[in-house]
Design a protein around this ligand. Structure first.
Ligand SMILES: *[C@@H]1O[C@H](CO)[C@@H](O)[C@H](O)[C@H]1NC(C)=O
Ligand SMILES: *[C@@H]1O[C@H](CO)[C@@H](O)[C@H](O)[C@H]1NC(C)=O
Length: 152
């Protein structure tokens, strides 16, 4: 009957994968680093997919738009488009510190390398592939920056 069909389609929305659908996968575990470290924030597509032709956006959650920007855009940690990094709208403190792994991108790996981490980098980051034909176009990964990597 009708309500069973609705329940099934709702379950399918939550749990099923459409055939051929590609997901963006981050990590539930935070990436932990000490100031000065180089870190890799993990993010990849599943199943593997050559992502070099698509736009990849890395942003930081909870940032306010730049008040001097009339369009109220939020700046990027790293923006990749047309097979290269686009430096426009990049947060100044990340300039020359971020990099994607060009060779790994052909296998869907969009992990972001950040060099010389500082405490101000701590927070939640979003990797986002806006043009992906999928319901799961982004993932969130957390970066924790402490004085020492060893908690014990
Ligand atoms: C993505 O590439 C980075 C750098 O080569 C590597 O450290 C990481 O393990 C790769 N992730 C996956 C899921 O393959
Ligand atoms: C690393 O960042 C700190 C500020 O967080 C800066 O003082 C230092 O010069 C940077 N080191 C390098 C190698 O860029």
């Amino acid at each position: 009957d009708h309500s069973t069909t609705n329940t099934l389609s709702l379950r399918c929305m939550l749990f099923c994968l459409c055939p051929g659908e590609i997901l963006v996968v981050g990590s539930n575990l935070p990436t932990v680093a000490a100031p000065g470290d180089t870190v890799v924030l993990p993010c990849h597509l599943e199943p593997t997919f050559d992502v070099r032709g698509l736009t990849v956006e890395w942003s930081k959650l909870g940032l306010k738009p730049d008040p001097s920007d009339r369009l109220s855009r939020v700046e990027y940690v790293h923006l990749y488009r047309d097979k290269t990094e686009v430096p426009d709208m990049k947060i100044a403190s990340y300039v020359r510190r971020t990099e994607l792994f060009a060779d790994d991108m052909k296998h869907g790996n969009i992990s972001l390398k950040i060099t010389n981490v500082s405490e101000g980098d701590a927070g939640r980051y979003r990797c986002f592939v806006p043009k992906l034909q999928s319901r799961v176009k982004f993932a969130i990964v957390e970066l924790v920056v402490g004085e020492s990597k060893r908690f014990c």
